[in-house]
Ligand binder design. Sequence first.
Ligand code: HEC
Ligand code: HEC
Length: 440
Amino acid sequence: MRSFTMGWRRATLFALAPATFLGSICYYFATRPDPVELAQLQLAGRELFVREWTANDAQAHGDGLGPVFNANSCAACHFQGGVGGGGDAVHNVTAYEVHPTVRDRHLQKGLVHVSAVDPSLAESPLLVKKCFPVIPGGERLVGGCTVKIEDFDPVRIETTNSIALFGDGLIDRLAESKIRLNYARRMMHQLRHEIGGDFHTVGTGRPRMLPDGRLGKFGWKAQFATLEEFVAAACANELGLGNPLMEQAKPLGRNYRCEEADLTRQEFRQLVSFVDSIPRPVEVLPTDWRQRALAERGKKVFESVGCAECHTPDLGNVVGIYSDLLLHSVTARVSDGYRHELVVEVPLPDGHPEPDEWRTPPLWGVADSAPYFHDGGSPTLEAAIARHDGSARVVTSAYAVLSAADKQSLIAFLQTLQAPDDAQPPTKALLAANEPAAGR
Ligand code: HEC
Ligand code: HEC
């Protein structure tokens, strides 16, 4: 009887296993768009990416552009080296963060939009400060002692430069474990040096852990884990387009409601699909043999001087990314008026970045994405290199004593990291749209 039961179970298992396997394959192919459908999705997504939206746009299902926005199309800020590239300093975005206080324990974030469809909804850094005023300090009696408490300004305002989206699909598909593995390797490397008494090493940085436990990969602060979420936030915050994942940005300090999202689920899928498909940058060696030799030498200098420690050439299967996607502080710790550590009333969420921690930017495509650094404050590659301090101090010092020829070769190598060939150049209309809007 027992052997019959076993046999019956085994027979069921044998029958079910191939069925489950076949089922998984069918599901995989059923949910994966076929190549023609995918190409159509991406094409429609490209239209949405370059579309110049207007208030009450006929294409939108809600109120169209705005009520507050930074530009009228994605391509207005993502255009250098082709559609999807980085942006100039004129299109920098101003973001604010309001730190939790005893009265309001929520961390709040938003953008200070440069434009509004109705002038009465206009925002400004001054308005942010007005909405979240400084909490006055003073003298307080704590345990019988008089303690002087400083004034607390809960607002931090930063300006950031547009990031090129070339190859973002590959970063999206890069497994978190590969970033962690590279980080662990770097930690071991540093430990080995420190045990040997060498404390002059490059800082390891750290992965950005988001409050929900995922690892952040996108944005200057590695603040988003997936491309889809970043695209949703870009639609909502940069253009004021409500979408299935996120409501449009509301004007600061105002009540504004729009029931309908501007983008349908299908349109949003198209846009994400296009951004996901933007080709990765390329490494183009010069045809002239002398220039070619110089760039090849520069690639070696890049490794030997220590740039590659943070600008990791390959991360998992993403070859030639030149980033570890970790947060680092490369700012000098001197009294330069920059607040490095946050003085807060109420602790920030675990892992929240310090003001001077930024994600190592991937250097692929760097020849076509000036200006550099998070604020676009470094106009040239030379200026960007010279600006590295903090955790990169050892490397910057090594770079400073390189021969002029080696320095030149390093730049020649960085110049080979270019936007992809098939990134369509911006059209005339796009370039015109890129002119600063009236009233900026
Ligand atoms: C006003 C300029 C502006 C507009 C318009 C704009 N972006 Fe951006 N974009 C930026 C800036 C600035 C960043 C970097 C923000 C940060 O991390 O602080 C960025 C970053 C991104 C990133 C992250 C890239 C990475 O590799 O980390 C994605 C994805 C993105 N934008 C997609 C879009 C899409 C899609 C649209 C249109 C819906 C759009 N952007 C519209 C300025 C803009
Ligand atoms: C400790 C890690 C670290 C080392 C070492 C390092 N970098 Fe960076 N690099 C960064 C970070 C982080 C940023 C962004 C800083 C910011 O925006 O404030 C950056 C920015 C850059 C940029 C600007 C890229 C852009 O898109 O804006 C360039 C170019 C660059 N690094 C090249 C180099 C070179 C060349 C070397 C070697 C001489 C080097 N880096 C060494 C971490 C590092």
